[in-house]
Write a protein that binds this ligand. Sequence first.
Ligand SMILES: [Zn+2]
Length: 74
Amino acid sequence: MTGVLILQCHGCGKVFEEARGALSRYDNKTLVCSDCGVEEGMAQFVAMSNGINPKSVLMAPAKVDWAALDKASV
Ligand SMILES: [Zn+2]
């Protein structure tokens, strides 16, 4: 095993080094890029602030249901 493993993010399609990826909160096993990892975290924070089950705002790894969050926060 040599070199750096490059993966493609499930969320945004960007490629990233495996070591820089973040474990998706959706299933705790899919690696997503760090940007999407942060986005998942933010979405879950917003969900919790609005009394929504944080799990329910992730439709898939790095796929955040921002529309549901928008609706909840108005
Ligand atoms: Zn991404």
